[in-house]
Design a protein around this ligand. Structure first.
Ligand code: A3P
Length: 321
C-alpha cells in the first residue's frame, strides 16, 4: 500500500519551527517540535506515515540509532552476517553497494511515499530507523520485534554530525560555527532531537526486554569487533557454527565491514544517494571511524560541559558512560 507523502503535512504545519542556524526558512528540512523533541520535518512526515501504515512482522529486526553513532557500520555488519552463506565473501554485495543500499531507512522511504519498498522486503526483514523510541509506530514496539540499538559518546557524535551536516547543507550555511552547533546540540536541537532522550528511550526498553533489544556502544564494538560480531549473529538468529569459527569466518566478516575496507571501495568513494533535493556522497559516511576525535575540536570546558550533561541526564539509569 503506497502512502501519500503529503497526508500529514497539515498537522506538521501547525508545529513550532526551530530557528535552526543550519536551515533557511524555505528549507523542506525545518526542525519541528513533536512530542517534546525536535525533528526534521522530512523525517516527521515519515514517522507519522509509519505510525499510520507500518505493520510489523514477528520476525522483523530494526537497527535503531541516533545519527552518526555507527549506523553505516552496523548496517554492514548485520547485512553481512545474515547473508554470509549466500555469497563468497570476496564477491559479497557489500563490495559493490553502500550499506545504506542494503538496509533501508524506514522514515526516509515513508516520507517520500515509498512504503511499498519496505513491504516488499522478504522476511526476516532488517530495517533502520533514527526515530526516538517514543515516536516509533506501536507495531514496532510489540514484544516480538527485535531491536539493535547502537550509541556513541555524544562528544564524538557531535563532531561527526558537524562534518556531515556541513557537507550536506554547505551551500546554505557558510556562517554557522562549530560553537553554535555545539550549543544547539547541548540543547537537544538536531534532526532527531536530543541524543540523551534518544539513548534513554531505547535503554529503558532494553532493560524491560533484554532478550529483544540489544543495546550496544560504538566504542565497545571497535575494541572487540569479533566478540560483538558473534553477539550480533546470535541475536539475529544466525549464530556462527563451530566450523565457521574454525575457518575464521567471523574475522572475515569483521574485516569485510571494517572502516578501512569499506572506505576504500569504489562505491563508497564515488557513489551517492539522492533523495528529493538532498545529495549524500557515500564517502561522507566514512570520515575517521575513531573514538575520541572530539579532542581535536573542543576545548576542555566544552567537553566537560557536555560530559556533565550526559552524566546528569543518565543519572540513575544504569547506563555505563
Ligand atoms: P566519524 O565522523 O567520527 O568518523 P553513521 O553511520 O551513524 O552516520 O555514523 C557515521 C560515523 O561512523 C562516522 O564517524 C564514520 O566514520 C563511522 N564509521 C562508518 N563506517 C565505519 C566502520 N566500518 N567502522 C567504524 N566506524 C565507522
Amino acid at each position: 500500500i503506497e502512502n501519500p507523502p503529503e497526508e500529514h503535512d497539515a498537522l506538521i504545519a501547525t508545529l513550532s519551527i526551530h530557528p535552526f542556524i543550519m536551515r533557511p526558512v524555505t528549507s523542506p528540512h525545518q526542525l519541528r517540535l513533536y512530542k517534546g523533541n525536535w525533528i526534521n520535518q522530512f523525517f516527521l512526515r515519515g514517522a507519522l506515515a509509519m505510525q499510520q501504515h507500518f505493520k510489523s512482522r514477528p520476525t522483523d529486526i530494526f537497527l535503531a540509532s541516533y545519527p552518526k553513532s555507527g549506523t553505516t557500520w552496523l548496517k554492514a555488519m548485520i547485512f553481512a552476517t545474515m547473508t554470509r552463506t549466500s555469497y563468497p565473501l570476496d564477491q559479497h554485495p557489500l563490495c559493490t553497494h553502500n550499506p545504506h543500499q542494503c538496509i533501508s531507512s524506514m522514515e526516509k522511504e515513508f516520507s517520500i511515499g515509498n512504503s511499498q519498498i519496505i513491504e516488499a522486503i522478504p522476511s526476516p526483514r532488517v530495517m533502520n530507523t533514527h526515530l526516538q523510541y517514543s515516536v516509533l509506530p506501536e507495531s514496532i514496539t510489540n514484544p516480538d520485534c527485535r531491536i539493535i540499538y547502537v550509541w556513541r559518546d555524544p562528544k564524538d557524535v557531535l563532531v561527526s554530525e558537524w562534518y556531515f551536516v556541513k557537507k550536506i547543507y554547505m551551500d546554505v550555511d557558510e556562517k554557522a560555527t562549530f560553537d553554535q552547533f555545539y550549543e544547539l546540540f547541548c540543547q537537544g536541537v538536531g534532526p532527531f532531537g536530543s541524543i540523551w532522550n534518544h539513548v534513554l528511550g531505547y535503554w529503558k526498553e532494553s532493560k524491560l526486554r533484554p532478550e529483544k533489544i540489544l543495546f550496544l556502544k560504538y566504542k565497545h564494538i571497535l575494541q572487540e569487533p569479533v566478540k560483538y560480531a558473534k553477539k550480533l549473529a546470535h541475536f539475529v538468529g544466525c549464530p556462527y557454527s563451530k566450523a565457521e569459527e574454525n575457518q575464521g569466518v567471523i574475522e572475515q566478516i569483521v574485516e569485510l565491514c571494517s572502516f578501512k575496507k569499506l572506505k576504500e571501495l569504489d562505491v563508497n568513494k564515488g557513489g551517492e544517494s539522492v533523495t528529493n533535493d538532498v545529495h549524500i556522497s557515500y564517502a561522507d559516511f566514512f570520515r575517521k571511524g575513531e573514538v575520541g576525535d572530539w579532542k581535536n575540536h573542543m576545548t576542555t570546558e566544552m567537553a566537560e560541559r557536555l560530559d556533565a550533561i550526559t552524566k546528569e541526564k543518565f543519572k540513575g539509569s544504569g547506563i555505563e558512560i
